[in-house]
Ligand binder design. Structure first.
Ligand code: AQP
Length: 339
């Protein structure tokens, strides 16, 4: 069978499961903005259906979805250039997810480390949605025939599963219909770590607010969190290999490199030999410089939630126009009468 060449298209999503962190910004949103100017169609989604795989207070979910949209725009996404919408407005995501629930295997799902981390010791009590999360994520991507997905390192396993689902669907039905998507995991901060523990990723749901920088933090809070970030007593080395075995130091240097758009090698040349007492204020100034305009713009945009809702509705109708024919064709392939 002739191989189908899919037009390049970018898709990615973020859960409105709380405020945005520096990890979301550097690992995902900043990359989304870079890709917006690449000449490829870009589709970005507030994945509210993913968020409810763990309990969300309805009012907080509504607020977080609008705030996330404000964060996207404040970071540089232009709703006239990228499609911005919330997942629940485009029913095709869940319709395709059902098909993928029937393609994916239980064993594949059981191997997902995010499920194990989030379900913890009480997996029997986790929601069925949390277990099936990766099939919905595969549907989010493949309902647009997206070819490239910018994400942080933690999503690599889910993207491999998306590829497995696409390949199995194509094999099961003897078609070359779904693309085998490429993860785009690039930059100095693909895995931003907790400020309190260099072995844990920075997360919006970590119980300690000191573990993360939120995009809504003010300048004093950012400076305080960086000042109190866990480090070791040694000065910074002048070469990257000197950071081996020093996860907290490595994390702060990676954040500095990503925020200043430099390679880690270049940063090491500049800061090598400095004590953390000197480096942390440099990092705090840089973080405030880069993040304060974003949080200011988010606050301004949040004063007009009607406009945010209009942007999301417009994005949803543009997204549906791409998704509906792909779902229709999927139904035909699967053998649904009336499709
Ligand atoms: N610490 C991180 N470093 C780099 N990238 C990160 N991302 C998240 N944390 C980091 C990337 O942000 C995108 C959206 O993530 P998400 O909100 O959909 O889910 P998540 O990965 O589960 O993020 P959180 O902050 O840990 O949320 P909760 O606590 O609700 O689970 C993804 O591209 C992710 O890689």
């Amino acid at each position: 069978m002739a191989e189908v060449v899919h037009t390049p298209r970018v898709f990615s999503g973020i859960q409105p499961s709380g405020g945005l962190t520096l990890g979301n910004y550097l690992g995902a949103m900043k990359r989304f903005v870079d890709m917006q100017g690449s000449g490829i169609e870009t589709i970005y989604c507030m994945v509210d259906l993913h968020a409810i795989t763990v309990w969300q207070d309805p009012d907080k979910l509504r607020h977080a979805t609008r705030e996330l949209c404000a964060g996207f725009i404040a970071s540089g996404l232009d709703p006239s250039k990228s499609i911005l919408f919330n997942q629940s407005q485009v029913a095709e995501h869940t319709q395709l997810a059902w098909i993928f629930n029937c393609v994916a295997r239980m064993g594949w799902m059981k191997r997902m480390t995010q499920f194990k981390d989030k379900a913890g010791k009480n997996a029997e009590n986790a929601s069925l949605g949390l277990f099936g999360y990766p099939a919905l994520m595969a549907a989010d991507i493949l309902i647009y025939h997206a070819t490239h997905v910018p994400v942080g390192e933690d999503q690599k396993q889910h993207l491999e599963l998306t590829r497995d689902i696409a390949i199995k669907f194509n094999n099961d039905f003897g078609v070359e219909f779904f693309p085998v998507t490429e993860p785009v995991i690039e930059g100095a901060a693909t895995r931003v770590m907790s400020l309190r523990d260099g072995s844990k990723k920075m997360s919006k749901s970590d119980p300690s607010d000191m573990s993360r920088i939120n995009l809504t933090d003010d300048a004093d809070t950012i400076a305080k969190k960086i000042r109190k970030a866990k480090t070791d007593p040694e000065p910074l080395p002048s070469e990257v290999k000197g950071l081996e075995g020093r996860p907290e130091a490595r994390n702060l240097v990676n954040i500095y490199a990503a925020l200043s758009d430099q390679g880690v090698d270049d940063v090491m040349r500049d800061v090598g030999g400095k004590q953390f007492g000197a480096f942390k204020p440099m990092l705090a100034d840089l973080a405030v410089d880069k993040l304060a305009p974003i949080s200011g713009e988010m606050a301004r945009l949040m004063q007009d939630t009607g406009e945010i809702d209009r942007i999301l509705a417009d994005g949803a109708s543009r997204a549906r126009a791409i998704a509906a024919p792909i779902l229709q064709k999927t139904y035909e392939i699967v053998g649904m009468v009336g499709a």
